[in-house]
Design a protein around this ligand. Structure first.
Ligand code: HEM
Length: 159
């Protein structure tokens, strides 16, 4: 994957914020999913809760996001970033991508195949994704308000 520019494109920015909003919405609507899944496993046919629709939307848009990332690359760290910090950034973003893909895949498999134990792992993964994204957002705000190095603006104003 190569850096194609020092900013993100309009498409990458739109995908980033759409996925962020969907993930937050999916996390807040996850409550009570265990009970609905148990009903489904017992043979009742419950209506698909909003959480399922949001998770499927996350999966679809994350697939597009990963394809766009693979095709057009992404900017490297802002100038002045130290080596350790650049590594943390790399592994942090990678962990976000892995969780963004794995959590909805696990949730969809648990829902459609009726796997209660997988649903529990999915739920833990969802929490991990939510808190990692929260830490990521705090780092972005730290760049903006403390370092004032333009990192956040790259995810707001397209190249
Ligand atoms: C569920 C929520 C979120 C997820 C899953 C997420 C995920 C990601 C990922 C994977 C990247 C790397 C993009 C790439 O280089 O390919 C990224 C970049 C970025 N995100 Fe987020 N993000 C979330 C929320 C936020 C929030 C709330 C903020 C700001 C408050 C934010 C600010 C940024 C910024 C500024 C970058 C660019 C970082 C840089 O270029 O070094 N993100 N995000």
């Amino acid at each position: 994957m190569t850096a194609s520019s020092d900013r993100y494109s309009a498409l990458q920015i739109a995908l980033h914020w759409t996925v962020a909003l969907l993930i937050a919405s999916a996390w807040f609507t996850g409550e009570g999913m265990g009970r609905v899944l148990r009903q489904k496993i017992q043979g009742n046919d419950p209506a698909w809760p909003i959480h399922v629709w949001l998770g499927l939307a996350v999966l679809a848009i994350v697939a597009i996001r990963i394809a766009v990332r693979a095709f057009s690359g992404a900017p490297g760290p802002v100038p002045g970033t130290g080596e350790t910090e650049a590594k943390l950034r790399h592994w942090g973003h990678l962990a976000l991508y892995v969780l963004m893909a794995a959590v909805p895949i696990g949730g969809a498999a648990a829902w459609f195949l009726g796997l209660g134990s997988l649903a529990e792992i999915h739920s833990l993964g969802g929490d991990a994704l939510f808190y990692l994204a929260g830490a990521h957002a705090l780092v972005a705000l730290g760049h903006h308000y403390l370092r004032k190095d333009g990192t956040l603006m790259r995810m707001l104003r397209p190249s």
